[in-house]
Each structure stands twice: as C-alpha cells, then as structure tokens.
Design a protein around this ligand. Structure first.
Ligand code: BES
Ligand code: ZN
Ligand code: ZN
Length: 492
C-alpha cells in the first residue's frame, strides 16, 4: 500500500468518510462534502437506516464536483471515537475497496476534541495497511493483485505534521508486518538458524549489533536449559542477541522473546484434537515481535538503549529428546525438574532472562511469550496477560496497549503459589501441579530468573495468532506486541 499526504486529491476512485454511531450525518470536519452534494449523503444515511456501527458501510456514486468517483461511508461506532475504532473503520474501508476494485482512495484527516489529527492519521495508516496484509509467498498466482494508493487529505497547514506521523506509522507497521511474516512462515522454513539469519540481516540493514551463539557456544556459556529443550531436534538451537545503542542513552531496556520455532510438546506430545499442532509454528511469535521491533528502533530514534534476546529452538521428540523426570540446570544455576516437556518455553526463557540480567544489568526487562494455553482460557484472543514486579512499567504498558490496540490485562504474582512449582528432587518444577493458575505459575517460574530487575512478562498466547480474518487482523500471525513495544520505548 502506498500512502501520500495531499491537501487536494484528484481522480480518486473513492473518498472514504466516517460516520459516528447514532449521528445520522457526517461529523463537522467533513460536513462540507455533504453540502457540496446537496445533502445526498445525509439522505442516503436516512434512506438506508445507516447506524454508523463498526463494520457498516455504503457506497454512493458522485455526480461531479467532488475529487472522487464514489464516496464510501464507513461507520466508526460510538463516540468518543478511540484509535482502534479508526483502525477498524479503515479495515472496513479496505475490504470494500478490494471488493469493488477501488485502487486509488483517500480520506480526510480530521481530529476532534477528544482525538488528535495525528492519532487519526496514524490509526488510518495502521488499520488500512494491516487489513490489506496477506502472506502470499506460497501462492504466487495470487500475488499480482494491484497495489492500493491511499491519500491522507490534510489542510496545507497540517501537511508537515501528518507527513511526519505517516513516516513513523509506516516504520511501525512495516515492523508489525515483518513479525506477521516470520510467524506465518512454515515451521520447517523458519527454523532457529533461519531466524538467526533474519536477525543478522536486520542488524546489517539497520546498523545494529548482532551476536549469535550456535550449539557449542550455547553449552559453553552455560545455557543448559535451552540445550536440553533442543535435544529432540535435528535443528541446532541458536541464541540470538540484537543491540541498539544510541549515544547518550540514559536507560537500557532488554526485550526477550520466546523463540520456539515449532512446539510439538516433545515427549508430552500435544494431542491432534485441541493441541493446535498446525498452529504451533506461532510459538516464536514473541521472538518475532522483539526482532521485528528491533528493525524499527533506529528509524524511530528511540531514545534508550535496547537489547533483544531470543533463545531459539524447536521442541520435538526423538531418541535424544529431553524427558519428563529429567533435571536440567539453568544459566543462573538453579535446578529444574522437567514435569512436562511441553512447558519448554519457560526453560528457554529461564536461560535467556537470567543471561540477559547477568550480562546487561538492564534498567528493565520485558519478555513476550506464547507461554500458556491457560492465558487463552482466561482472557481469550483479545488480551495478553500482563505480569510485573513494577507498577509503573505495568501501568505504562497497559496504557500504551490501550492506545495501540494491543490490549493487556494484569494477573497477580502471588508469593503463596510458588509452592506449586517446587521440585521434588530439584529446586523447581517446570510444570506446576495442575491445580490451576497455569499462566500465573508460568510467570512465577520466570520470576526466579529476573531477580530484582524491574520486569514485565506478557503472555501473548491468545492475541499472537488469529484463527480468522477479523478487522485489521488476518488469519495467522497478528504481529501483536510490535507497535506496543515501539510506542512504549518511544516514551521512555
Ligand atoms: N506453546 C505452548 C502454549 C500455547 C498453547 C500457546 C496454545 C499458544 C496456543 C506452551 O509451550 C505449552 O504447551 N504450555 C503448556 C504448559 C503446561 C504443560 C504446564 C500449556 O499451556 O498447556
Ligand atoms: Zn509447549
Ligand atoms: Zn510452547
């Protein structure tokens, strides 16, 4: 999708206008289009009984005198209109544009008392671009569809601001799209070595520092929990580090992403029914999010130092696989009894988190992980579970997520539940006792490896993946977390 900023578009296939639920007319900022058409739009709203609900739309042909052949009216839902309503409206518009083959479209960028022009422009770009996303690599016949060119129509005095926001939004969406692509790749293509090569490529393109450890260095460094999970796979594990260090940075943030490029469950094999085996290539969505975010930090001039770590491996089963009952040693020297080989993520994260804390001594550490099915049971697909030992980080992340449409909901880290992850013959057990609180016990397990470092853990098992097309989300990887991280880092 090609975006431009203009104050006077011409020859558009369609002009997109918003109507808020219950209004029965255009908002003040675009009312002049209705006047220009002698009330045609208002008439049509009444005639159709148009409610302005999300997903609702209609198209009218325009006689002449307006800069477009058609007007596409889209409902935004209730007032006060939030950024995500603008994203959803843009997604509806794109769907209609594709159906009716409208390839040059545009929309006026108008703010209101409750929402700024910048926010509207950004949300339109995000919603439209993410809605038009498809992973077409393996369907070459379908990839030849026409590119949509999208004009952001802004008054001359706002052009500069809108152009600046457009640039930032494009960088952020490009990163989110990269995360979707990485998740959507088949698991045998996006194996640990491939993921590492993607990280190296990003480092090269965007001027970041990169370090990758293969199996030998992983063992030498003492990352034994990662090595244990990797034992059942023919693919060598990779320990990936990406770093962005701007001069004069006052803070250092570490990002860690769960990087299981395929999770079969291991010897505790996932069941065909309900095990989501065909979706388990998404078990590296946390890694995809942090690597993709790193691809944008320099362009966005993020003011802090950012280091990303990914412990990448497959979780398979075979003659060499780690077994239930095994005891593994983590990087920080704790012993863990393997209660369940399907609780592999927290083992790899244990190493990545404790290694990052020891080596980087960061001011804060944030991990993103498709960690537990229990997070989906608790919060569904629309929310990630948020765990933190630091109120400020938690509040900021939740606030930013509300803005970017990547919603977080807090769950507790109760001291008492540490009982549930005690080992029988080792210090810890990776699986909990099965007495419930699956997402919490997983988070408590991770807490043993972050020490006193201000830390937030996002269990993104639900929102990282979509089972169907839904607004600006498409079936498959959603890119959840990328825009959240970038906006969060931007304001530090
Ligand atoms: N990758 C899964 C969690 C998951 C499940 C993500 C469904 C996305 C969709 C994780 O490795 C896992 O299998 N967790 C187990 C933990 C249990 C064995 C303690 C789970 O959630 O059942
Ligand atoms: Zn698992
Ligand atoms: Zn997993």
């Amino acid at each position: 999708m090609q975006f431009t900023v203009t104050h006077k578009p011409s020859g558009l296939d369609a002009l997109i206008l918003h109507v808020t639920a219950g209004d029965k007319k255009l908002p003040a900022g675009t009312q002049h289009y209705d006047n220009l058409l002698d009330g045609l739009i208002t008439e049509e709203i009444t005639r159709l009984g148009f409610k302005g609900k999300p997903g609702e739309s209609f198209i009218i042909n325009v006689p002449e005198g307006v800069e477009a052949r058609k007007i596409l009216v889209v409902g935004t839902g209730k007032r006060p209109v939030q950024p995500d309503q603008i994203r959803q409206a843009a997604a509806t518009a794109i769907k209609q544009a594709r159906t009716h083959k409208l390839h040059t479209i545009g929309t006026p960028v108008t703010g209101g008392s409750r929402i700024s022009k910048e926010t509207v422009a950004e949300a339109v770009v995000e919603g439209a671009w993410l809605a038009d996303y498809r992973f077409g690599k393996y369907q070459p016949d379908n990839t030849s569809r026409k590119d949509i060119s999208f004009a952001l129509i802004a008054d001359q005095r706002n052009q500069r601001q809108v152009t600046k926001i457009l640039g930032e939004a494009e960088t952020e969406v490009r990163a989110a799209v990269l995360a979707r692509d990485l998740v959507n790749e088949p698991p045998s293509a996006m194996h640990p070595t491939k993921l590492a090569s993607v990280a190296k490529q990003i480092a090269k393109t965007h001027g970041l520092k990169v370090e990758v450890k293969g199996p030998k260095d992983i063992t030498k460094a003492g990352l034994h929990a990662l090595a244990a999970v990797a034992k059942g796979s023919d693919q060598p594990p990779q320990f990936i580090k990406l770093q962005y260090a701007p001069p004069k940075a006052k803070k250092h943030v570490v990002l860690v992403g769960k990087g299981i490029t395929y999770d079969s469950g291991g010897i505790n094999l996932k069941p065909s029914k309900g095990g989501m085996l065909e979706a388990m290539k998404m078990d590296m969505a946390g890694a995809a999010a942090v690597i993709a975010a790193m691809s944008a930090v320099k362009e966005l001039k993020i003011p802090v130092k950012v280091t990303a770590y990914v412990a990448a491996t497959e979780n398979l089963l075979g003659g060499s696989a780690y077994k239930p009952g095994d005891v593994v040693m983590t990087y920080n020297g704790q012993t863990v009894e393997v209660g369940n080989t399907d609780a592999e993520g927290r083992l790899t994260l244990a190493d990545a988190l404790s290694y990052a804390v020891a080596k980087e001594k960061p001011d804060q550490i944030i991990d993103l992980a498709t960690l537990t099915g229990a997070a989906i049971a608790a919060l569904g697909q629309d929310f990630a579970a948020l765990f933190t030992n630091n109120e400020t980080i938690g509040r900021d992340l939740q606030e930013v997520g509300g803005y970017t449409g990547e919603k977080l909901w807090p769950l507790p880290l109760p001291e008492e539940y540490n009982e549930l992850i005690k080992g029988h013959i080792a210090e810890l057990n990776n699986a909990g006792t099965g007495e419930g609180a699956g997402s919490i016990t997983a988070a408590l397990f991770l807490q043993y490896f972050t020490g006193d470092t201000p830390w937030a853990h996002l269990d993104i098992a639900g929102p990282a993946w979509s089972e169907k097309d839904k607004g600006y989300l498409k079936k498959g990887g959603t890119g959840f977390g990328v825009r959240l991280l970038l906006h969060y880092l931007k304001r530090l």
